[in-house]
Write a protein that binds this ligand. Structure first.
Ligand code: FNR
Length: 361
């Protein structure tokens, strides 16, 4: 007879946390986190493209331990990893953003507070060195106040997400009639509560809220205004075309995140890792280039570094880990995987990883 009280097997890779989380999360929350937009083609491409990147290891490097700590966006970090901004983290655990941010601080990696965080940004910034992610809202006064609040709370950078003029069509959420439970709110946004809890035909409640609250027609002029308003390091998240990367540098961005939002926005968009090399060629000397969408292991981080990224953002695996109160474990596993991958590739540090040769499977 199996022992029903036996603890779950420990996670040996980040994907294992998804299975553990599946045991504790309601299906509609699982699907909100896991899902992509449309036919989920881009969601799948993110993985297959990363799997297709090969790295040519170096040998006899005389290295006993790889140094994974490095500089990133002006600060020292424990590894070249950033916790991606993700909305409504109390959906998966009552400790939500506070738990994940604390684990990020312990691992020495920046935590990015979402505009749609379910704890107020000030409370999160108090527990961890954080960056703030800005969604451009229709009400400019609210945008200004969010920037002021992020500065006052000591956030170390501002990350503007530029790939959400509207929310991608996430069919799983529509089918599930996904809406926020009453105790999960967009804590930074006054008045958002009722909207994010009620769907309209064909749109989940979260998509309906985005449609009413977000400004779809944000432009480079708005970014110029933003650049003149804040001295914080500015990153633009959601860039896939080198021409936009060049423009980002022209408006004074300090970094860009090559991202397709984890396959949640334009379905059919290029896998972000496939967009990375041309963007590094175009602006890699002028600003920091980070990558997200599909990163699931230390090997993936090594692939990104070898392709010229200065670091990566990681999303869903940390929400799965949060669901089972294992954020620290997940980040430690990733650090160990990266350190092992670097050692196996003969890299003493992240600068050496950037000199590796890459290919295609
Ligand atoms: C996100 N993402 C996101 N991005 C952003 O700029 N602001 C946000 O509030 C959110 N919210 C959010 C919620 C959930 C549940 C997910 C899964 C994702 C996108 C996120 O920052 C990141 O780009 C992707 O998650 C990266 O892909 P992976 O690592 O999840 O594959």
């Amino acid at each position: 007879m199996p022992d029903l009280q036996a603890p779950p097997a420990p996670a040996l890779c980040l994907d294992d946390f998804e299975g553990l989380a599946a045991g504790v999360l309601p299906v509609e929350v699982r699907e909100f986190v896991a899902g992509g937009s449309g036919t989920e083609t881009t969601l799948r491409l993110n993985r297959s493209a990363l799997d297709g990147v090969t790295v040519v290891p170096r040998v006899l490097a005389g290295v006993a331990e790889a140094e994974v700590g490095c500089r990133l966006v002006g600060g020292q970090v424990g590894m070249p990893v950033v916790v991606a901004p993700m909305a409504y983290q109390r959906l998966v655990h009552p400790g939500g953003e506070l738990l994940l941010a604390r684990a990020a601080a312990a691992a020495g990696v920046p935590y990015v507070i979402s505009t749609l965080s379910s704890f107020p940004l000030e409370e999160i910034a108090e527990v961890a060195p954080s960056w703030f992610q800005l969604y451009w809202l229709r009400d400019r006064a609210v945008v200004e106040s969010l920037i002021d609040r992020a500065e006052a709370a000591g956030c170390g950078a501002l990350m503007v997400t530029v790939d959400v003029p509207v929310m991608g069509r996430r069919l799983r959420d529509v089918r599930n009639g996904f809406a926020l439970p009453a105790d999960v709110v967009a804590a930074n946004l006054v008045g958002a509560r009722s909207e994010a809890h009620v769907g309209v035909p064909g749109l989940s409640a979260v998509a309906a809220h985005t449609a009413s609250a977000f400004e779809p027609a944000v432009s480079w002029q708005d970014l110029e205004w933003l650049r003149s308003k804040t001295k914080l390091p500015l990153l633009l998240k959601g860039i896939l075309d080198p021409r936009d990367a060049v423009r980002a540098v022209q408006v004074g961005a300090d970094g860009i995140v090559v991202s397709n939002h984890g396959g949640r926005q334009l379905d059919g968009a290029v896998a972000s890792v496939n967009a990375l090399p041309r963007i590094v060629d175009a602006v890699g000397k002028e600003c920091e280039v980070l990558l997200d969408s599909g990163i699931r292991s230390g090997t993936d981080v090594l692939r990104a570094l070898a392709l010229g990224a200065s670091g990566v953002l990681i999303g869903r695996p940390l929400l799965w880990a949060l669901a089972v109160d294992a954020c620290g474990e997940a980040l430690e596993l990733l650090r160990k995987e990266l350190s092992d991958a670097m050692l196996l590739a003969g890299c003493a540090n992240v600068q050496a990883a950037a000199r590796l040769t890459t290919g295609r499977a």
